[in-house]
Design a binder for this molecule. Structure first.
Ligand code: GUN
Length: 280
């Protein structure tokens, strides 16, 4: 079994990006900038944002985090986004989710200029991706896609089963795999007989948030299994895949942690650089 080392593959990607930032700096006499907006003090968001900032600095991007208390008014956030939209030193804007209940997520996402939307959440980018046009691609599915391509460069005709239909993961993942000529099945919490759906997959992407949902006997021999889950349990952080069982059957599997997570962050940096290049 191939243990897909997301940590190592992400480090390689960051090295490439670092070189690219240097060459862009020489060419344009400026560097791409990422601005992250963080609202409230939820521990996971704090940790993710710190990791994003550290990684951005490491590859030589300009990075800034704007923090607001949980109680911040929606208008304050929207006005800040509008200001960042106009700021030429800001290539990419990311508002960390989830947001407090009194702030309308859709409004926030739609206020970000599509050309600075490093998350690829703006309806314009969602539409462009599903139409097969150039767009920002959400970081987590992009990271999963790059990992899958490392193991199997030719995905023509492969059967892919995606568990989870979220805008963050499942839906964009579908678009990326369709573009690669996979036959894609999207499953979710209401899917009947999920096990038999999973057994058809040459590729399984589990992004549903249920600890160890995907069992050993759900997986076809030699499948590529990508575990997007990050679930807090009594026994620490576990994925959506029962690692011990599935690792005996699959051809390749991502660990949790150290699989998809580091790729998500590296892809955010990649997207920031892409936004910079499109605007220059
Ligand atoms: N919260 C968890 N994942 C993400 C992500 O990919 N982007 C943003 N903006 N917030 C998140």
């Amino acid at each position: 079994m191939i243990l897909i080392d997301g940590k190592k593959i992400a480090a390689e990607l960051r090295e490439e990006l670092k070189k690219e930032v240097l060459s862009l700096k020489t060419k344009h006499n400026k560097i791409p900038g990422l601005t992250v907006v963080l609202i409230g003090d939820m521990a996971p968001s704090q940790i993710y944002v710190r990791m994003k900032e550290k990684a951005a600095n490491e590859v030589g991007l300009k990075s800034e985090v704007i923090k607001y208390p949980e109680s911040v008014e929606e208008k304050t956030v929207l006005d800040k986004i509008k200001e960042l939209n106009k700021d030429h030193s800001v290539s990419g804007i990311l508002v960390q989710l989830p947001l407090p209940k009194h702030i309308d997520k859709q409004k926030v996402i739609e206020t970000i200029l599509p050309s600075k939307d490093v998350d690829g959440f703006h309806p314009m980018n969602v539409g462009n991706l599903s139409s097969g046009y150039d767009s920002s691609i959400p970081c987590t599915p992009l990271g999963c896609y790059l990992l899958i391509k490392k193991i199997e460069p030719n995905l023509n005709g492969k059967k892919a089963v995606i568990i989870g239909r979220s805008n963050l993961n499942g839906k964009p993942m579908t678009q990326l795999l369709l573009k690669e000529n996979c036959t894609v099945t999207i499953t979710h919490s209401k899917t009947k007989d999920l096990k038999s759906e999973c057994l058809k997959g040459d590729i399984i992407v589990a992004a549903v948030g249920i600890p160890k949902l995907v069992k050993g006997d759900w997986v076809k021999k030699d499948a590529i299994v990508i575990d997007v889950g990050i679930n807090k349990t009594e026994n620490g952080i576990v994925g959506d895949v029962a690692f011990d069982e599935v690792s005996k059957i699959a051809k390749a599997l991502t660990p949790v942690p150290g699989g998809v997570g580091p790729m998500t962050i590296a892809c955010l940096l990649k997207n920031t650089i892409e936004c910079f290049k499109r605007s220059n």
